[in-house]
Design a binder for this molecule. Structure first.
Ligand code: HEC
Ligand code: HEC
Ligand code: HEC
Ligand code: HEC
Ligand code: HEC
Ligand code: HEC
Ligand code: HEC
Ligand code: HEC
Ligand code: HEC
Length: 468
């Protein structure tokens, strides 16, 4: 940063920070458990600054013709956690002897904010480091000025203690993600949290973190955050959901827990050898992306099974090696992912997904990871999930009933069995299920054999990893 906060000044800021810390600790003790919000007595210097800056109409004309309000609310500052460090705790560059000088040009209000927020780093380097690795910081570095810095979430002059930012009413995320906030507020979590802030129900930062925000759907999405609180979930789902681990890997939690959401399948491209998701910028990827884009633009439907298979073969031959597509069943819309409801409304009917023509399997995208981890999704012909041509291409993804139509009958049997008296249904279901699983194994073996043959005749495609 080339702004007003030089290294030397940072050092002096740091010293003041330590002093401020000691002061605030003393104040906390003096308050004997009282909230730190108790108004601090401002220093004479601060009162001098406020003598001018308390004026509501003090403002400055900026280079881009915006006006920057120079008003500072004295009462709010006195109540803030930073009252003890004083104005120059952050504005170390303001020297009353030379201030104000009208010479200082400020390009725009946003530029000013972005530069000024650097000062937080000098005393809160731990939070700063977490933040620097976040998607928000990456977005800013790559030119998205709408992404937040410290002061967008905390404000500059009315910073409160941690709890200030951890209520449904005041959570800073809602200022920019308002559609998501509205959906969240109607969820069982949002309602429980609003009713009792002290409850264990999550707020945005419990699922996304506050400073280390990452791409929401990267990897297995927020699954681990959910399981940190719902540690018993794998066990309770196992009571009725076969292959729970696999479902948890490929079906995002909101896909079942946001009951009215629309769903889709996202096919992700993995490098078969490294098991890493293929990211834009890797060898050959821009070319693949170009073709996927062109197909989407041309037909409206996107790549068809044959084109997909070709693409995979070419990639294996000429570029980084074998790739494999892994499917993920997810909610189609970011806001809807937050419209989660209590367990009675969750999807439990196998047939919602395991049947031909299932809604979720009608919308299919293929995605490539961007550098920040967010998927760049492209529409693709949904036939890629059903065509025999795709057995090789999408062998990393296999949802019976929905993607292999002939097994539908077994599922119907299951559904029927579930309708009979409970104990009988249980036995029948288990019997049917064992048969069902055996059938799947046979199918898989057949598919593996088929792709093995393809490999032997030179069309190795995505299967190259097995023999490479
Ligand atoms: C005599 C009135 C006066 C006093 C006292 C005063 N300011 Fe200012 N301040 C101004 C005016 C006027 C401007 C706008 C100057 C300009 O147009 O660049 C300004 C601009 C600023 C700015 C924004 C531009 C910049 O330089 O970054 C900051 C921050 C600021 N003052 C902080 C302070 C602090 C901190 C103090 C106390 C140490 C203080 N001021 C004392 C009048 C005052
Ligand atoms: C915790 C650090 C911190 C303290 C303490 C602090 N400021 Fe600021 N101040 C900032 C930051 C950061 C900005 C940039 C705000 C933004 O994004 O617009 C700023 C901006 C300003 C501005 C420009 C107008 C604006 O709001 O953007 C003025 C004037 C100012 N401060 C005066 C003061 C005065 C007077 C005090 C003491 C009463 C004070 N500041 C205390 C961090 C601080
Ligand atoms: C996207 C919004 C956001 C941004 C950007 C952000 N914070 Fe925070 N911060 C929060 C929220 C929300 C909390 C309270 C909840 C929590 O900690 O999970 C918090 C808590 C804090 C705390 C108290 C936490 C603790 O564990 O004691 C500090 C200190 C802090 N932030 C400093 C910073 C600094 C410094 C920056 C800039 C590097 C920053 N924050 C950027 C949202 C943000
Ligand atoms: C000169 C050092 C200094 C600077 C610069 C500074 N802070 Fe602080 N900050 C403190 C001290 C001291 C406290 C109170 C002690 C504590 O709780 O950590 C504090 C407390 C906080 C808290 C509440 C922490 C909690 O656990 O409740 C937040 C949030 C915070 N600062 C954010 C910021 C932001 C945002 C900036 C930049 C605009 C900033 N600070 C700049 C020294 C500083
Ligand atoms: C000042 C505006 C602003 C604030 C405040 C803000 N964000 Fe963001 N957020 C953005 C922008 C801009 C992006 C970049 C992505 C985009 O273009 O939509 C983003 C991206 C994200 C993403 C990644 C989205 C994805 O597609 O994976 C998550 C998750 C996120 N924010 C969560 C939060 C959380 C949690 C908070 C509060 C602690 C928060 N945001 C506060 C502006 C903001
Ligand atoms: C109970 C956990 C949870 C809470 C609380 C939560 N989120 Fe999310 N968030 C998720 C999940 C799950 C996803 C979807 C990720 C996926 O595709 O698997 C998501 C996705 C997102 C995205 C990306 C949306 C997109 O377009 O892809 C953003 C931005 C976001 N959340 C912000 C927020 C904000 C802001 C809040 C608070 C109002 C919040 N989240 C509260 C779990 C949560
Ligand atoms: C295939 C759909 C499906 C998926 C995927 C799914 N759930 Fe569930 N979940 C349900 C159903 C149905 C219930 C209600 C079961 C009942 O009534 O006992 C439930 C119940 C719950 C409950 C309530 C208490 C309990 O444990 O039974 C929690 C918590 C829960 N799920 C969390 C999760 C989390 C976390 C994930 C992702 C890792 C997830 N679920 C994925 C369908 C699903
Ligand atoms: C910070 C802890 C926390 C996190 C993180 C969290 N939850 Fe919860 N969850 C709770 C609490 C507490 C409740 C009970 C709310 C209430 O009182 O109704 C709850 C309720 C639920 C319920 C309703 C259970 C019922 O009995 O009806 C489901 C389903 C659920 N959560 C799923 C999820 C999913 C999916 C995620 C991740 C996307 C998640 N939770 C993340 C704490 C958490
Ligand atoms: C929300 C949609 C959804 C629901 C509801 C659902 N499943 Fe699945 N299931 C899937 C998907 C998607 C896969 C494919 C996983 C993969 O191959 O990556 C799958 C895989 C399976 C598999 C494993 C196949 C294999 O390759 O080993 C079985 C068995 C299964 N489901 C049975 C069921 C049963 C029984 C129910 C009802 C109790 C159920 N599923 C409910 C989506 C769902």
């Amino acid at each position: 940063m080339t702004g007003p906060f030089t290294a030397r000044r940072r050092a002096s800021v740091l010293r003041r920070g330590l002093l401020g810390f000691v002061l605030s600790t003393v104040l906390c003790w003096a308050g004997a458990g009282m909230a730190f919000a108790a108004t601090a007595e401002l220093s004479q210097d601060d009162k001098t600054c406020l003598g001018c800056h308390e004026a509501a109409d003090l403002q400055k004309q900026l280079t881009n013709a915006e006006t920057l309000s120079l008003h500072v609310n004295a009462e709010a500052f006195a109540k803030s956690v930073h009252a003890a460090i004083g104005c120059t705790g952050c504005h170390a560059d303001v020297d009353l002897g030379e201030h104000p000088s009208a010479e200082k040009a400020i390009a725009s209000a946003r530029q000013y904010s972005l530069a000024a927020a650097e000062v937080c780093r000098s005393c809160h380097s731990d939070k700063y480091e977490l933040y620097e690795g976040s998607l928000h910081a990456v977005a800013l570095r790559t030119g998205n000025e709408a992404a937040p810095v410290c002061t967008d979430c905390h404000g500059p002059h009315d910073v409160g203690p941690k709890a200030t930012y951890a209520t449904v009413a005041a959570v800073p995320c809602k200022n920019c993600h308002s559609d998501i906030f509205d959906a969240y507020a109607q969820s069982m979590h949002g309602k429980a949290r609003a009713q009792a802030e002290a409850s264990a129900a999550p707020l945005c930062s419990d699922c996304h973190s506050a400073h280390e925000v990452k791409a929401a759907s990267a990897g297995e999405g927020r699954k681990q955050a959910c399981l940190n609180c719902h540690s018993e979930a794998v066990a309770t789902h196992k009571e009725w959901l076969p292959n729970t681990e696999l479902h948890f890997q490929t079906v995002s939690c909101p896909a079942c827990h946001a009951p009215n959401a629309t769903r889709r399948i996202d096919l992700r491209i993995y490098n078969a050898a490294t098991s890493q998701q293929v990211a834009s910028g890797e060898t050959g990827v821009p070319r693949i992306e170009g073709r996927i884009k062109a197909a989407e633009a041309a037909g409206g439907k996107g790549l068809d099974p044959m084109e997909l298979w070709n693409l995979i073969s070419v990639f294996a031959r000429e570029d980084s090696g074998a790739m494999v597509l892994r499917g993920r069943l997810e909610v189609s819309d970011g806001a809807e992912a937050h419209r989660m409801a209590d367990k009675a409304k969750a999807l439990s009917d196998c047939n919602t997904c395991h049947r031909a023509g299932s809604e979720a399997f009608r919308s299919v995208t293929i995605s490539i990871a961007r550098p920040d981890g967010r998927p760049e999704r492209y529409g693709i012909d949904r036939e890629v999930l059903h065509s025999p041509v795709s057995i090789d291409s999408v062998r990393g993804f296999y949802a019976i009933g929905a993607t292999r139509i002939k097994l539908l009958d077994v599922l119907l049997l299951l559904a029927l069995a579930a309708g009979v008296a409970v104990p009988l249904a249980h036995l029948t279901a288990r019997w049917a299920f064992r048969r069902y699983l055996r059938k799947i194994e046979e199918e898989k073996a057949a598919a593996a054999a088929a792709t093995g043959d393809a490999g032997a005749t030179g069309n190795r495609g995505a299967d190259g990893d097995a023999s490479a």
